[in-house]
Structures are given as structure tokens and as C-alpha cells.
Design a protein around this ligand. Structure first.
Ligand SMILES: [Zn+2]
Length: 271
């Protein structure tokens, strides 16, 4: 499978010369599978706008069917959705999955006075599905499973398995020091790629960010080692972390778990 990062930033988009290398768009990943042309998309932060534009610019090179899985309804994970152009196009079928009522909260952010057109303008929207963590979803030969993650209003972790390769997307989650989230360790077991919430440095976390629902590169490294994952991607960069800060976080992460990179907007990883 081929994973592309369209947005890597947590909380709110950033822009400007200090955010060029790691990017300013909020979370969105696309996953191209080997067994089907249908596309899996994880979260609809501001990054999904560029994904949609790329799809429309080259329709034959992209999927017409999208399976969009949302971790939760916090704004930075859904704010790009009203700007996802394929959803307004009759040639596309967009399926939305969430453990919460996505139709309600996506319609809410597109209702007056927040947005000029409503959800009904999205004629490419096919259906909404409520995620059940006991149930797996199939897309082609790929299997997608989910678990709840500790976070204000709760987030969702996703694991996508295809042809003995696995991606785990675990963002907007807080660890509970000193113990580890055993459910997440087992969920991540043996995955080739683990994308993990590293919004804060350990020092920031200790100094006032406990209970805010995010984690650190040090916890990501601990989880990656414990679960035996192939590579750790540090994700959900704090808006206060410019490129220099992200490079430092990446370096410190690599000292704890060598196969570590910080997510960069536009980065593509094939596993
Ligand atoms: Zn959140």
C-alpha cells in the first residue's frame, strides 16, 4: 500500500516560511491499495482539499470511490471536508465512516452561519457508516479495524492490513504514564508503519499539557519498540513547532527508536 501525507499538523493550520518542510495542513492521509483502485482516506483536515484537487485534475489516475475514515470530530480533523471537491461531483462516491454520528457533525459545520452551502450540495456523498470497534471493514482485500483512543471526546485508532503489510494510524491520543496503552500496543503489533501522535515534547507534556489528549515522541518510540513496528512516523505537529523544532524532535526520536521520521506534508511511503 502507498501512504501519502496531505496534512501533518495538529490543532490548527500553520503557514509561512517557518513551516515549509513539515507543512501546515491539518491531518489527512490517503492510502492506495494493491487489490483495488478504491481509495482509503484517513481524516479530513485541511490537507484533504489538495487531495481532492489532485483527484479532479487527473481523474483517470485516481479513484472514483473513496472510503473516508474519521478519527473524531475535532475541528482540525474535519475542517477540510467542505473543501473536498470530489464530494460535489456526480462521478464520485464518497463513503464516510466514524464511531460517532458523522452526518450530524459534518452537516453542523456546513450549516448557517458557518458555511454558505449545506451537506446536501455534496451529490458525491454516498453513505455514512457508524464504526463498531468489534467489526472489521473490507476495502478490496484490505481489512480495516479500529479501537477507541484516550482523548477528550475520544478518538479512534485505525489499522489497515493488506497482503501481510500493515499501517496503524494512532493520532490524538494521550498515554497514561508510567504504564502503556496495552490495547494500542497489541493493535500495533508487527505493523510496518506506525503513525503516532507526537504533538508535545516530553518537557511540554510535563509542563501543563497533561490531559490535553496528546502524546510525545518518547512515548511513540516506547510504543514502537514494544509493538515491534517497522517504522515510526511522528505526527500531529504542534502549531508552535516550526521546521527547526520538528527537526529536533525527529532527531531526538531517532535516538530512542532509530527507524523514526517526522511526518512531512507530501511525503509518500510504500509498505
Ligand atoms: Zn482531537
Amino acid at each position: 500500500m502507498k501512504v501519502k501525507f496531505w496534512g501533518t499538523r495538529g490543532s490548527t493550520p500553520t503557514s509561512g516560511a517557518r513551516y515549509v518542510e513539515f507543512g501546515g495542513n491539518t491531518p489527512c492521509l490517503s492510502v492506495e491499495l494493491e487489490s483495488t483502485r478504491e481509495l482509503v482516506v484517513l481524516d479530513a483536515g485541511s490537507g484533504i482539499r489538495e487531495l481532492g484537487n489532485a483527484m479532479l485534475a487527473d481523474p483517470d489516475g485516481h479513484a472514483r470511490v473513496v472510503h473516508l475514515f474519521l478519527t473524531h470530530a475535532h475541528w482540525d480533523h474535519i475542517q477540510g471536508f467542505p473543501f473536498f471537491a470530489p464530494a460535489y461531483h456526480p462521478d464520485y462516491r464518497i463513503n464516510v465512516y466514524c464511531s460517532k454520528d458523522a452526518e450530524r457533525f459534518l452537516a453542523g459545520q456546513m450549516s448557517p452561519p458557518y458555511f454558505p452551502v449545506g451537506l446536501e450540495a455534496m451529490i458525491g456523498l454516498a453513505r455514512f457508516e457508524r464504526l463498531d470497534h468489534q467489526k472489521a471493514w473490507s476495502v478490496g482485500d484490505a481489512v480495516l479495524r479500529s479501537i477507541p483512543l484516550p482523548h477528550p471526546q475520544e478518538s479512534t485508532g485505525f489499522r489497515l492490513d493488506e497482503n501481510d503489510r500493515a499501517l496503524v494510524f494512532a493520532t490524538d491520543t494521550e498515554h497514561e504514564p508510567p504504564q502503556m496503552n496495552r490495547q494500542l500496543v497489541e493493535f500495533s503489533r508487527g505493523a510496518q508503519l506506525l503513525v503516532y501522535d507526537a504533538q508535545y515534547t516530553p518537557a511540554e507534556y510535563e509542563r501543563g499539557k497533561q490531559g490535553w489528549g496528546h502524546s510525545t515522541f518518547a512515548e511513540g518510540a516506547r510504543l514502537a519498540r514494544e509493538a515491534g513496528v517497522g517504522e515510526l512516523i511522528l505526527f500531529s505537529h504542534d502549531p508552535s513547532h516550526d521546521d527547526e523544532a520538528c527537526r529536533e524532535i525527529e532527531k531526538r526520536g531517532q535516538e530512542l527508536f532509530a527507524a523514526t521520521r517526522a511526518a512531512r506534508q507530501g511525503m509518500v511511503i510504500t509498505i
